[in-house]
Ligand binder design. Structure first.
Ligand code: ADP
Ligand code: MG
Length: 247
């Protein structure tokens, strides 16, 4: 075991604890206010390696603020916030750079990492995994919404994160594209086994995909359920049965 695991500070370690069931993220007593609005009020959360967690909550309940805190993008004040290894985030809007090709957008996530040739190889592999091999030289503005979101996933996964934060990544997509994206996310998750925290408004989506569903309310995790084998992850074709239930 890497001795850095035991170091309480700095909060981020270089350790990899993927797929082991060990904690990849621990937050205790997280508080965050904007002006007089106390959004997160002593929130506690732990995500284990390889676990798929969904987070529900009303608009404005602080879901995005929590994700930004976990990603180190928000100056929230927790008692403890530890993330083991790399974190990636994908948002509702893919946020691709329009003047760079699809492949460049993915490779740029590795900008401080390996050599250019290696970055390019990783980016191509990541695009292969999301089914966009033939789009690597395309411009982001030529992509459909679903394709752009696939690039966003490829970019998030190219750095092999231990923790993947997804902030309503499918909310802007049409229903069928959303179902394709569910299938893709589950396949990618099975292959890489990051801990996932998926923010969604869609209760069906949470129940179909996650091992554990959390509800954020009043600035805390107000309820949670653990699920046995989520429907969208059973063998066979869960997407078809998902469609049938709506016919
Ligand atoms: P959710 O993602 O659950 O919809 P957010 O985390 O985006 O909620 O926001 C939670 C609350 O914090 C909201 O009331 C929102 O208006 C407020 N808030 C979030 N970010 C900011 C900001 N940068 N400045 C001021 N208020 C903010
Ligand atoms: Mg939000």
């Amino acid at each position: 075991r890497n001795p850095r695991h035991q170091t309480p500070r700095p909060n981020r370690t270089d350790a990899t604890e993927d797929g082991t069931g060990r904690s990849v993220a621990t937050v205790t007593e997280l508080h965050r206010s904007f002006g007089t609005t106390h959004v997160l009020r002593g929130l506690d959360l732990e995500i284990r390696g390889g676990e798929f967690v969904a987070l529900l909550g009303r608009s404005g309940s602080g879901k995005s603020t929590l994700l930004r805190s976990l990603a180190g993008l928000d100056p929230a004040s927790p008692r403890e916030l530890t993330v083991h290894g790399a974190v990636s985030v994908a948002f509702q809007e893919p946020r691709l750079l329009p003047w760079r090709t699809v492949e460049d957008n993915v490779a740029l996530a590795l900008a401080n990492g390996p050599l250019r040739r290696i970055r390019r190889e990783h980016a191509r592999r990541s695009l292969d995994e999301v089914g966009l091999t033939e789009k690597r030289d395309a411009w982001p503005l030529s992509l459909s919404g679903g394709q752009a979101q696939r690039v966003s996933l490829a970019r998030a996964l190219v750095s092999k994160p231990n923790l993947l934060l997804l902030d309503e990544p499918f909310s802007a997509l049409d229903a069928l594209t959303r179902i394709e994206m569910h299938r893709l996310v589950v396949a990618l998750w099975k292959r890489h086994r990051p801990g996932v925290l998926l923010v969604t408004h869609d209760v069906d989506e949470a129940l179909a995909l996650a091992d554990r569903v959390l509800v954020l309310d009043q600035g805390q995790v107000a309820a949670q359920w653990s699920l046995a084998v989520p429907r969208g992850r059973r063998n066979g074709d869960p997407q078809i049965s998902a469609i049938r239930t709506h016919v």
